[in-house]
Design a binder for this molecule. Sequence first.
Ligand SMILES: Nc1ncnc2c1ncn2[C@@H]1O[C@H](COP(=O)(O)OP(=O)(O)OP(=O)(O)O)[C@@H](O)[C@H]1O
Length: 416
Amino acid sequence: MFDFIKKTIHKNTLKSEDSQQAAKLEAAAKEVMANYPQGRGRNELIKFQHHGDTVTLDLRLDESAEPEEVQRQLGLKLKPHGIEEVNLNITLLPKATGAKTMSDNNAMPVSSTKGSGKTLPKTIDAAPKTAAAAEPPITKRAPTQSSLQPHPRIKHILVVASGKGGVGKSTTTVNIALALQKLGNKVGVLDADIYGPSMPSMLGVEGVKPQLENEQFVPVEAHGLAMLSIGSLLDGDNTPVAWRGPKATGALMQLFNQTNWPMLDYLVIDMPPGTGDIQLTLAQRIPVTGAVIVTTPQHIALMDAQKGIEMFNKTSIPVIGVVENMALHTCSNCGHTEAIFGAGGGESIAKEYQVPLLGQLPLASDIRAQADKGVPSVIANEGQGDDYAQFYLDIATNIEANIAKFAKKRDDGRIF
Ligand SMILES: Nc1ncnc2c1ncn2[C@@H]1O[C@H](COP(=O)(O)OP(=O)(O)OP(=O)(O)O)[C@@H](O)[C@H]1O
């Protein structure tokens, strides 16, 4: 009882600290708006949202205001309060009559190094100033999946995610990609796991650098897959664990966008573990067909998997299914099979969230050994696969069977 009261008081204290912090940030933002000289009196803060080190503001600005400068000033003002990213949704008001809008749906990273804002991306495009006065303002919000155009050369983009590190997400990604290829698809892999890019070593192409052609990366060919890894771009052990959200998402978006991907049936993305801002931003900006969640039966991994499912629900990315990794262990000496991490977790999470359980993989030292060798289970034994290959082929077959339901519609009505 006492503990419960203590916990409730603690929770309420945290809540009120959060709202105090949000109120402080909002007041600071209002001060910037009030002191901004161009169009003073007409500039208005409509909505203020605060989440972690990111704020999103809906603003109405006089036409004479410079959104880049407003954003820079907001960045400078809010940085001492721990804010790293300032997103703006802007409505521009013409000087005298009516309203015309411009939109900024690009998250604007505020520099975390010198405390000054960077310039806005060039894609921000002021509306023609002579536009019809009576036209109502149109404001675009942060990008949503439905507003993203499918990639011109990629039919389906799958993200493989886990709420927690070390559950076998990368091993599962690489084997699923190879299994989809074995089923006759042209497949690419993007290793977006900034905390531990392991695709190059799992695919036996460690140290192979992607070529540059017309300022575009050319993916590395690995066992027939078109592979690009954030790891291929780093020297030696230089894992950018310290990358903050905006820097990491910027680099990952660049990898996705500035790569000359061949025509692909599937691009499988190995996401960084977790459900923080990097994952959320990627999920909002890449036109994803669906997500595969990898979990282990341990309670904590399952809790994190739930967060993953909820994050994808929030960003309107369909969860194609859950893969339960390391579900059972078969002793190589006596053949005894045991659920050493607990049983039924993947099944219960799949039931609770009404998403399919795509498959359960055993904990098997061969799966690890093959991945370590750079020849994962699906293509072990000179392409024949090892004893575990069929598990991945079944998962890939399950994905294939369901993917059409999730396919993205193109503007021309074509369904890929
Ligand atoms: N089913 C399995 N049986 C045995 N070993 C496994 C299995 N799946 C993964 N492993 C091993 O577990 C370790 C972690 O796997 P992996 O790197 O794929 O996890 P991850 O979730 O991607 O980790 P991180 O989040 O750190 O990138 C690796 O050594 C891998 O070979």
